[in-house]
Design a binder for this molecule. Structure first.
Ligand code: IVH
Length: 682
């Protein structure tokens, strides 16, 4: 294939893939299989690697992310992002309608929309291309999260259809649908990270991640609901929504045109009944005057439009009786009190259990067995007890005393200074904690033994084949073949039987063997030392180079490594003072795991020390570009993927990305040639 042919192919593939993407993520009507899609994408990325000069700004390869932003640049909104006035009451809604009627003195219609419970975003499109995405911020200025937003598949990188203005803004909400949220939380729990309380928090956390490749893995979605620009010619809001849909945006079909406030209230009540069936959270209904001319006539107050109001749903609440309290020991040893309730219907599901969080909250609520308690399901997935109906309390009800010993292993519970919960200190022998360590060890980000997920660890543990992580490496095909267990289905779900047939057993053993080649920093993370997450593990590996040096390091020496404070150093130091942990390390060593870091290249000079540099465009060949990128690191600088106010300069080749160029100009960041760059290294 020659250069020209490559360019034609790239252009075609980008178009085709963007179309498939739109059909899958916006219309939910895919026409090719995931496999076909992946094949096409692979073809495109291979071509793009070979011909980086033909990389298009709307290429779907950007959806996988890859740029790391150390700090998001802040930028002023072209139009401030206002909020809506809120109400929880039908009366106030009618007052809103009275005001609209008086001010307009003409016939008017409302359009009702879902109030998406996520984060608002403002997207700028220039000549059909997404050029900027800003968060709301304080309404005047927001954070530039363009690279992260580009990973969200339902946000068009290039618009389809016709008739869109040269320059305009679209506003909408970034949300995390519930199924994706639940899966994400399970993954987090598995690696000992705190789960997000609700999809909104999870979406907010995801959008602010520095690594866009990680954002790409979060199942974010975006619904649009507002258009702004100097050259828009719509007559009504509903017309603008239709236009947005025709240009490729995701628009909810749960809207209603209403001729009166009674109809509006009808829609609010209908959606209150149906909201549990949606795959994402809403916290109310937004009511907007449909005619844009009338919107203009009504205008704005300092904070919000007079032509719109948000009706917010109250968190649903019921009362039911507290039957008993169970105590659950988590994977990290934390003991959580869980209330068993008389089953009660709440927000579309039957609630039988609710979290009491920890000893402090339980004591504050002063719940007693037999009490009638108020249970609420707000944005959170797990219902919570928010109070006691004291009027109904039995005269002889006794205060509940939090258990003193671990219900799993009998060890006396402890409380850590500054923490609200009680925990079982027997981390090496308490069954759920051992299973927790094993699950952490096999996790994707640790040793990545995916053939051992979903309950398989439990089978090995129950059969006494593994008591610690090192035991995994003594397993043999014969020792695990035909092991099985029936997992009881919770809350009426069917029981599930899991057994290690030939293929499963083989996969498990293969997975364990493959994990032996995981690099040292992953092994260090996988061991499960408290407070040693992925980043700390990497820093330790980089600084100390091998396990023996870490074991030998004093508390103070540990703190010399970048990013390691007193608390983390203390935890590492204590871990390696325990003889059983040293035995464990020896076992892992003899199993053949990597206990030494890969050699880091020595720096050629520190000419560029502390600088943040972007390399953009083509330099004759992709190999040359790679070389230049490597030089950045070899001379002490950091290679950045996008231009921000933190960038020191950009090394530009031919056809430097237009977005980067513009950004550099705007921020006054020097753009230098390859020769000028080489000069700096001398
Ligand atoms: S319209 C000028 N429509 O609610 C007002 N907002 O308190 C433009 N929101 O910041 C906003 N769903 O984040 C609008 N269908 C919807 C919405 C919606 C959710 C959020 C948005 C806004 C907040 C207003």
């Amino acid at each position: 294939m020659n250069k020209e042919e490559a360019q034609i192919q790239i252009n075609q593939l980008v178009k085709e893939l963007n179309d498939h993407n739109y059909r899958y993520y916006v219309l939910a009507e895919p026409v090719v299989s995931d496999f076909e899609f992946d094949m096409l994408l692979e073809k495109l990325t291979t071509l793009e690697k070979e011909y980086p000069e033909f990389l298009l700004p709307d290429s779907p390869s950007q959806r996988v992310g890859g740029t790391v932003t150390s700090e998001f640049a802040s930028a002023r909104h072209t139009y401030p992002m206002l909020s809506l006035s809120n109400t929880y009451s039908e009366g106030e809604l009618r007052e809103f309608d009275d005001r609209v009627r008086k001010l307009l003195d003409a016939k008017y219609e409302y359009i009702c929309e879902l109030k998406f419970d996520g984060l608002s975003i403002s997207l700028t499109y220039e000549n059909g291309l997404l050029t900027r995405a800003l968060t709301r911020g304080d309404g005047e200025r927001g954070d530039d999260v363009t690279t992260n937003i580009k990973t969200i598949r339902s946000i068009p990188l290039r618009l389809v259809g016709s008739g869109y203005p040269e320059l305009f803004e679209v506003r909408g909400e970034i949300i995390l649908p519930r199924p994706g949220f639940e899966k994400m939380n399970l993954d987090r729990i598995e690696i000992g990270e705190n789960p997000f309380a609700n999809p909104r928090n999870a979406a907010a956390g995801s959008l602010k991640l520095q690594d866009s490749a990680e954002v790409a893995r979060r199942p974010l979605d975006g619904y649009m609901y507002y258009t702004l620009g100097e050259t828009l010619s719509f007559k009504t809001h509903s017309e603008s929504l239709e236009a947005l849909a025709s240009w490729g945006f995701k628009i909810s079909d749960k809207t209603a045109l209403c001729g009166s406030i009674d109809e509006v209230i009808g829609f609010i009540n209908k959606m209150a009944r149906e909201r549990d069936k949606l795959t994402f959270d809403i916290d109310g209904i937004v009511i907007k005057v449909n005619s844009l001319e009338q919107q203009q006539a009504l205008g704005f107050t300092a904070k919000s439009p007079r032509w719109a109001i948000a009706y917010k749903y109250k968190a649903e609440q019921v009362t039911t009786q507290l039957l008993s309290i169970d105590y659950q020991v988590g994977r990290t040893g934390v003991v959580t009190p869980v209330a068993n309730l008389k089953p009660v219907q709440l927000a579309g599901t039957v609630v039988k259990r609710a979290s009491l969080h920890n000893a402090d909250i339980m004591a504050k609520l002063d719940v007693r067995i037999g009490d009638f308690v108020f249970v609420e399901k707000g944005g959170e997935i797990i219902p919570k007890i928010i109070g006691v109906d004291l009027g109904k309390r039995d005269l002889f009800a006794e205060p509940v005393v939090f258990i003193e010993t671990c219900p799993e292993c009998g060890t006396k519970l402890e409380r850590q200074e500054g923490e609200a919960g009680n925990f079982c200190p027997n981390e090496d022998h308490c069954p759920p904690q051992i299973k927790g360590k094993l699950e952490h060890f096999i996790h994707r980000k640790a040793m990545n033994i995916d053939s051992l997920g979903e309950g398989k660890i439990e089978i090995l543990y129950d059969n006494k084949l593994v008591k610690d992580i090192a035991d995994l490496y003594s397993l043999t095909y014969d020792s695990i073949l035909n092991l099985e267990k029936v997992f009881k289905g919770n809350d009426g779900a069917k029981d599930k039987k899991l057994s290690f047939k030939e293929k499963t057993a083989e996969n498990i053993i293969n997975g364990i063997n493959t994990s032996k080649s995981a690099p040292f920093e992953r092994v260090l993370f996988a061991i499960g030392i408290r407070y040693v997450g992925e980043t700390v593990a990497r820093k330790l590996a980089l600084h100390f180079k091998n396990i023996d040096a870490i074991i030998a390091a004093s508390n103070e020496e540990l703190q010399v490594a970048e990013n390691i404070g007193e608390k983390v150093a203390g935890s590492i130091f204590t871990f390696f003072r325990k003889p059983e942990n040293l035995v464990l390390i020896e076992k892992l060593k003899s199993a053949g795991l990597n206990m030494v870091a890969d050699k880091q290249p020595d720096l050629l000079s520190s000419n560029l020390a502390g600088k943040s540099i972007v390399v953009s465009g083509s330099f004759g060949s992709s190999k040359r570009r790679k070389e230049l990128e490597e030089m950045v690191a070899m001379h002490g600088a950091k290679l950045a993927g996008s231009v921000t106010s933190k960038t020191d300069f950009v090394v530009a080749g031919e056809n430097m990305g237009p977005e980067k160029h513009q950004k550099a100009l705007k921020l006054g960041i020097p753009v230098i040639s390859e020769d000028e760059f080489l000069e700096m290294l001398k």
